[in-house]
Design a protein around this ligand. Structure first.
Ligand SMILES: *Cc1c(COP(=O)(O)O)cnc(C)c1O
Length: 380
């Protein structure tokens, strides 16, 4: 094991990366997807429906630590019905993308940030910490094995889903002594087929996704389970997605079920809810804060009252609202509705800064613009 990669800000040298990848024993599938079938799947990949031929895997046993680093055939897991995760939801995950550049090289975006967040999520869910080295080594080994699955089309990428769960079969409330870590990969096309379209948001005043001292800052499946019913309610109100408020006062904006939220004021300043412990710290969020500050704009992380936002939409002091996350990058919000209001954001069309930030970020990710912050890491 190399020792220089423990902090989230340090990057892994290419020579070290080769050593990390070499720790993974590759057992190739005996039933690879035929080339024609894979190429057809890569032409119009639908998010999260098609998976590559292999998966990365590491097992953890309390007595031995992380063992058996491997790349194996993608396929179903056999689980005892008493497997702890099925009962007590001790599970975390990450989401990132591998991007193919014009010269055929394959890159990912700020993976050390995902690795650090994965370790924070593991801590909160009483799961064992996986090192940054194993996190980066596993995604690199998988992408190299399934390189033919990285799509080259515009706004296409290979979505990477690292996750960890309590695999020990037992009924009892304590941290599991057996844990599995896996990475699966799914080719994805443009999130908005046919052009970026503003979404409508239902602000839920009946449900919350997280509370003080809860798991809101951890990327865990349980948070998503809690967001499904409010999401259905949003759709019943004719909206695409749900936005949550803080659970203490039911008055400040937090975030969507899986995306952070930004507000652009008429004076050009950019505001986003501050991290209070119940909001997930998005890598896209922190990157946008940096890019916007680089433009010389005022960026403000603060508590944003829903009432202020609704009033600002009415009097024109709020000009744009958008959501952000790895999957959809930047999503314009064209309408906000709730129990007592239904407001268009400006003229309801994608905002100018929203679209400019989206372009700036994707240009860096796809290698079309200089990576001046050193955010990109080459995988293959
Ligand atoms: C993953 C996630 C985000 C976005 O994080 P990124 O690192 O930008 O992809 C935002 N909110 C929640 C609840 C999430 O799970």
């Amino acid at each position: 094991m190399t020792s220089s990669t423990t902090s989230s800000s340090s990057s892994i040298l290419r020579s070290e990366l080769e050593d990390l990848v070499a720790l993974f024993e590759v057992t190739s599938t005996d039933t690879p997807t035929p080339d024609a079938e894979r190429e057809a799947a890569l032409e119009h990949p639908k998010f999260g429906t098609v998976f590559t031929d292999h998966m990365a895997r590491i097992s953890w046993r309390q007595a031995d630590g992380w063992v058996n680093r491997r790349i194996e055939k993608y396929g179903p897991l056999q689980l005892d019905p008493a497997t702890a995760v099925l009962h007590y939801a001790q599970e975390i995950f990450e989401g990132m993308k591998a991007y193919k550049h014009a010269d055929g090289s394959v890159w990912t975006f700020r993976p050390e940030e995902n690795a650090a967040r994965f370790a924070r999520s593991a801590h909160r869910l009483a799961l064992p910490a996986l090192s940054v080295d194993d996190f980066i080594g596993s995604i690199t080994a998988l992408v190299r094995t399934d390189l033919a699955w990285v799509p080259g089309g515009e706004d296409s990428s290979l979505y990477l889903r690292p996750f960890m769960f309590a695999s020990e079969p037992f009924l009892g409330v304590r941290p599991a002594a057996e844990v599995e870590y896996l990475v699966i990969a799914s080719p994805v096309g443009p999130y908005f087929a046919g052009g970026v379209r503003p979404v409508s948001i239902w602000v839920s005043e009946d449900y919350h996704r997280a509370g003080p001292g809860g798991t809101g800052a951890a990327k865990c499946g349980g948070n998503y389970a809690a967001s499904l019913l409010p999401q259905v309610e949003a759709q019943q109100h004719g909206c695409d997605q749900v936005c949550f408020l803080d659970s203490t006062t039911n008055s400040y904006l937090e975030e969507l079920g899986g995306m952070n939220v930004f507000v652009v004021m008429a004076d050009g300043s950019v505001h986003t809810p501050e991290l209070t412990g119940s909001i997930l710290e998005g890598v896209t969020r922190s990157s946008i804060l940096r890019l916007v500050a680089d433009q010389g704009r005022e960026v403000v992380e603060r508590r944003i009252p829903l009432a202020e936002l609704v009033a600002g939409l009415g009097d024109g002091s709020v000009r744009e609202v958008f959501a952000c996350g790895t999957a959809a990058v930047v999503t314009p919000i064209g309408r906000l509705a709730g129990g007592t209001f239904d407001s268009k954001v400006a003229d309801g069309e994608p905002g100018e800064l929203t679209m400019a930030i989206r372009t700036e970020l994707t240009d860096i990710q796809y290698g079309r613009a200089a990576d001046r912050h050193g955010w990109m890491r080459r995988l293959a």
